[in-house]
Design a protein around this ligand. Structure first.
Ligand code: 5SP
Ligand code: CO
Length: 218
């Protein structure tokens, strides 16, 4: 069974709560919150204040994808805002082990994200502490980009590593995932599917969500 995580980057920020309620009532499990600082990635999005406001009216699992420099300095703010999972980028953490422990010290789930060019090898010594690994299937920064096909063997490699070492770690994929390629990533081993433009730009969100689920049933 996959978990669907619509990315709010493609929501209408002027109608954010209204849009989020649409994906919640369509049965999506996670709300994927893309936080960008204009340094780690060129784009700027939102901070913990907006997350805190949404938290009051939304019951989905809040999955924060921090695309920011020095994420360790902001973990507490996002925990206090109500995040359930915090994902940091391997490339943004000088002391990745410390940041993972910091996230877990608040009793929430910790994840690490890998840019397309970053090998699985770089998280080999911390993966036993993780709840989720995020394989970026586009270069981070923007919604609506094309899926990078060469990430399929990377997802498979991660899945094999997890199974071989008897770990319980979710594999999240993010970027360019649509109803017509979801089967491919699920077959490779992904079980948490981020989709921004495919869901929020759809005229019929419940039908699109159903299509994602039907197509991922292998
Ligand atoms: O983290 C990011 C982009 O950096 C993503 O979460 C995107 O927002 C996904 O959008 P689509 O590619 O599904 O439109
Ligand atoms: Co994201």
């Amino acid at each position: 069974m996959i978990k669907l995580a619509p990315s709010i980057l493609s929501a209408d920020f002027a109608r954010l709560l209204e849009d989020v309620k649409k994906v919640e009532s369509a049965g999506c499990e996670y709300l994927h919150i893309d936080v960008m600082d204009g340094h780690f990635v060129p784009n700027i999005t939102l901070g913990p204040g907006i997350v805190k406001s949404l938290r009051k009216d939304v019951n989905m699992v809040f999955d924060a994808h921090l695309m920011i420099e020095n994420p360790n300095n902001y973990i507490k703010d996002f925990v206090d805002a109500g995040c359930d999972i915090i994902v940091v980028h391997q490339e943004a953490c000088k002391h990745l082990h410390r940041t993972i422990q910091n996230i877990k010290s608040y009793g929430i789930k910790a994840g690490v994200s890998l840019n397309p060019a970053t090998p699985i090898e770089t998280i080999k010594h911390v993966i036993q502490d993780l709840d989720m690994v995020l394989i970026m299937t586009v270069n981070p920064g923007f919604g609506g980009q094309s899926f990078i096909e060469s990430m399929i063997p990377k997802i498979k490699e991660l899945k094999e590593f997890i199974d071989k070492n008897d770990l319980t770690v979710d594999i999240q994929v993010d970027g360019g995932i649509k109803p017509d390629n979801v089967a491919e990533v699920v077959k490779a081993g992904a079980n948490v599917i981020v989709a921004g433009s495919a869901i929020f730009n759809s005229d019929d969100i419940p039908t699109t969500v159903e299509l994602f689920r039907n197509n991922s049933n292998l």
